[in-house]
Design a protein around this ligand. Sequence first.
Ligand code: HEM
Ligand SMILES: *[C@@H]1O[C@H](CO)[C@@H](O)[C@H](O)[C@H]1NC(C)=O
Ligand SMILES: CC(=O)N[C@H]1CO[C@H](CO)[C@@H](O)[C@@H]1O
Length: 317
Amino acid sequence: MVMYKVLGVLLIVEFMIFGVKGLSMDYYGMRCPFAEIIVRNTVRIALQSDPTLAAGLLRMHFHDCFVQGCDASVLVDSSKDNTAEKDSPANLSLRGYEIIDSAKKEIENRCPGVVSCADILAMAARDAVLWAGGPLYNIPKGRKDGTRSKIEDTIALPPPSLNTTDLIKTFGQHGFNAQEMVALSGAHTLGVARCSSFKNRLSKFDSTHDIDPDLDSNMAKSLSQTCSAGDNTEAPFDRSRNSFDNGYYNALQRKLGLLSSDQTLFASQRTRNIVNAYAMNQAMFFFDFSQAMVKMGSLDVKEGNNGEVRLDCHRIN
Ligand code: HEM
Ligand SMILES: *[C@@H]1O[C@H](CO)[C@@H](O)[C@H](O)[C@H]1NC(C)=O
Ligand SMILES: CC(=O)N[C@H]1CO[C@H](CO)[C@@H](O)[C@@H]1O
């Protein structure tokens, strides 16, 4: 009886220290004190030589979390009898795998079998945002790596053709409201898209328009020119592709959004006010983005015995 009481108290204390779902800010404090620093330094060094990889890391974390939860399923390589998420067209052009590998390698040298690939990816995405000039935020750790990675699961990723109504629905399925969805879309302040992701807006758009009426006509011309070089040609989302700021929302106000799923946020009455607010107030965007990222980073996380700490991020143990 006494023992049960003591156990109960211990469980409550454990819960208070480690927080909900077994994730906690200080998860590696005792288990692997250098984990955070190693990730931060690895990201810093990699981005110093290639600043465009900040976008890669951020996007990879998103693709991880929206498919099977944040469990590093996005990092698994295909094998003889399994085609992994990585090989989905939606995934084409994900970048930054080698940064995760190099952080993992150094961490494994210090504390073998302790730090999950999912946590490394979540920390790396956060560090990339900060490095690019975005907000500083703390994330809970303790995710375990998953044991499933299947190409068909990537249907969970939103295609760039979605309108606001569908974006609200898709993000709603993961527990986000419209404002959080608009804040997360602000990740498109970093990086590029390839012509295959937006060329439908440039010709034969619909039965009444050749060019998407929500796209600025000069931008349409210049994108058409860009895309004459082929489907894989890249165009930046906003004018400062490597700096994390609210320029993305300012661009939307001027019909300069690159994807349909970007411009729809301003075109639709349901989300226009949020776009205007973030365009005017970068601090508000940073605050909402940070909170939404913590939430995204907690989607369907596996803890305890629900997953494993992968030894090689490319392979299930
Ligand atoms: C709202 C729904 C979203 C849609 C429809 C969408 C779609 C896309 C597409 C089509 C691309 C370009 C891929 C290519 O052409 O190679 C892209 C790039 C990108 N996405 Fe999203 N995305 C969404 C939300 C997000 C979220 C929530 C994040 C992160 C929190 C994110 C981060 C990024 C980044 C950083 C890039 C640039 C990648 C690079 O330059 O390598 N996206 N997205
Ligand atoms: C959004 O797209 C869906 C599917 O294409 C369509 O059924 C719906 O009418 C669209 N909503 C608006 C407001 O345009
Ligand atoms: C279908 C396809 O091209 N898949 C790609 C997914 O991402 C990986 C890693 O960048 C590529 O090697 C695959 O070719």
